[in-house]
Design a protein around this ligand. Structure first.
Ligand code: AQP
Length: 355
C-alpha cells in the first residue's frame, strides 16, 4: 500500500520528515507536585518559548485508570490547567485542553490496543510498580493498556518530540515500537518515530521521605511531596522535615553518589535556581543541612509562590478555565481528526459518513 500523504509531512518523499511538534500531558489524578513542575511543566514553558508548536493536555482519561471521585477529577483537571497557565503556558500560543474532549484519543487508543502486544504492556515498570504488592488481577484493564493510549495521545498529532520526566522513558520507547509496528504492519510510513526530551537537573525528583522513591501526586504521604498549592509555611516545613543523613554536603557532585536524599535536595535546588549541580555543590560545600535546607526553602517559596497565587486567581473563575480547555480542544481536534481519518483509511475501515 502506498503511503498516504499527511498535510503534516514535508516533502512527500520517503523517508518522510515531520514538522517539529511537541505534545505532552499530565494526569489530573491529584494536585500537581514539584516533580511535575520541574520534570514537565517548567520545560513545557521553555519549549513553547522556543517557538516550537506545542500541544499540552490534561489527560483525564488516563487519570481514571485508577479510581477518581468525579467532583475531585473535575476540580483537579481545572487546577492542572490553572497550573499550566500560571507556570507560563499561553493558551493562545500553545494548545491546552483536556483529553476526553477530543474523542480521537480514545479511537486511536483502541486501534493501538490492537497493534501493541500483551507482553509489551506486561513489561512496563510503571504497571509493575503500580500493582506491586497488590492483586494485579483487580487492576483496571485501562491501567494495563495505559501506554497504548499514551502512544495515541502523541501520535495522533504526529508529534515528533515529547518532554517528560525520566519515569516516562519506557512508555516513550513503547510509543516508538507501536509507531514502527503500525508502519510495518500496514506497509506505510505514516507515524513518526518520536524523540523523548528528558533534560535538566531534575528529570526525576524523589520523595522527601525516601530518596529512592519518585515524588508522586498519589503517594499516600503528603509529607513526601511539595504540592503546587502548598503555601510558603507548608513548603518550608516540608523541606525542614525532609529526610537527610547526618553528613555535611560534599565538595564534589561525586560525593552525593550514595546519598539519595542529599542528592535529591541538591538536584531540586539546582533545577529551581537554574544552576548545575556542580555550581550548587561549590556554593554549599561542607554546609550542614541546617544551613542548606532554609536556603532551599527560601528558593522554593520564591519560585513557587507566584505560581500558587496565580493558580488561586485563575481558580476563582472556573468557567474561564473551561472556556480555555474547550477552545484548546477545538484546535486539537482540527489537527487530530484528519490524521485519525487517514488511520481509518489505512486500516480498511469504511468511512461513508464522512463529509
Ligand atoms: N517525581 C518526578 N520527577 C520528575 N518528573 C516527574 N513527572 C512526574 N513525577 C515526576 C513528570 O510529570 C509528567 C506528568 O506525569 P503524570 O502526572 O502524567 O504521571 P506520573 O508520571 O505517574 O506522575 P505522578 O505524580 O507519579 O502521578 P500518579 O501518582 O498519579 O501516578 C510526566 O512527564 C512525568 O514524567
Amino acid at each position: 500500500m502506498s503511503s498516504p500523504v499527511s498535510p503534516d509531512q514535508k516533502g512527500g518523499q520517503t523517508p518522510k520528515t515531520f514538522m517539529p511538534r511537541i505534545f505532552s500531558g499530565i494526569q489530573p489524578s491529584g494536585g500537581l507536585t514539584l516533580g511535575n513542575y520541574l520534570g514537565a511543566l517548567k520545560r513545557f514553558v521553555e519549549k513553547q518559548d522556543e517557538g516550537i508548536e506545542t500541544i499540552y493536555c490534561m489527560v483525564d482519561m488516563h487519570a481514571i485508570t485508577t479510581w477518581q471521585e468525579p467532583a475531585k477529577l473535575r476540580q483537579q483537571t481545572r487546577e492542572g490547567a490553572a497550573a499550566f497557565i500560571a507556570a507560563g503556558i499561553d493558551p493562545k500560543r500553545s494548545i491546552l485542553f483536556n483529553q476526553s474532549q477530543v474523542g480521537a484519543h480514545a479511537e486511536l487508543g483502541w486501534i493501538f490496543n490492537c497493534v501493541a502486544r500483551m507482553g509489551w504492556m506486561g513489561r512496563m515498570t510503571q504497571w509493575k510498580d503500580k500493582t506491586a504488592g497488590k492483586n494485579a488481577e483487580a487492576a483496571s484493564l485501562g491501567l494495563f493498556a495505559y501506554p497504548s493510549l499514551m502512544a495515541a495521545d502523541i501520535l495522533l498529532y504526529h508529534a515528533t518530540m515529547v518532554p517528560v520526566g525520566e519515569d516516562q522513558k519506557q512508555h516513550l520507547e513503547l510509543t516508538r515500537d507501536i509507531a514502527i509496528k503500525f508502519n510495518n504492519d500496514y506497509g506505510v510510513d505514516f507515524f513518526p518515530v518520536v524523540e523523548p526530551l528528558i533534560e535538566g537537573a531534575a528529570t526525576r525528583v524523589m520523595s522527601l521521605r525516601d530518596g529512592t522513591k519518585k515524588m508522586s501526586k498519589s503517594d499516600p504521604s503528603d509529607q513526601s511531596r511539595i504540592n503546587l498549592t502548598d503555601d510558603a509555611d507548608t513548603i518550608a516545613a516540608k523541606i525542614r522535615k525532609a529526610k537527610t543523613d547526618p553528613a555535611p554536603l560534599p565538595d564534589t557532585a561525586e560525593g552525593l553518589k550514595d546519598r539519595p536524599e542529599a542528592r535529591n535536595l541538591v538536584n531540586i535546588y539546582a533545577a529551581l535556581a537554574g544552576h548545575t549541580v556542580d555550581q550548587v555543590i561549590r556554593d554549599f560545600a561542607g554546609a550542614q543541612f541546617g544551613t542548606f535546607k532554609p536556603a532551599l526553602a527560601d528558593l522554593a517559596v520564591a519560585k513557587l509562590s507566584p505560581i500558587t497565587s496565580e493558580m488561586n486567581r485563575l481558580m476563582a473563575d472556573p468557567a474561564e478555565i473551561d472556556r480555555i480547555l474547550g477552545d484548546g480542544a477545538d484546535r486539537a481536534d482540527a489537527i487530530a481528526r484528519p490524521i485519525l481519518e487517514q488511520v481509518y483509511d489505512i486500516t480498511g475501515m469504511i468511512r461513508s459518513r464522512r463529509k
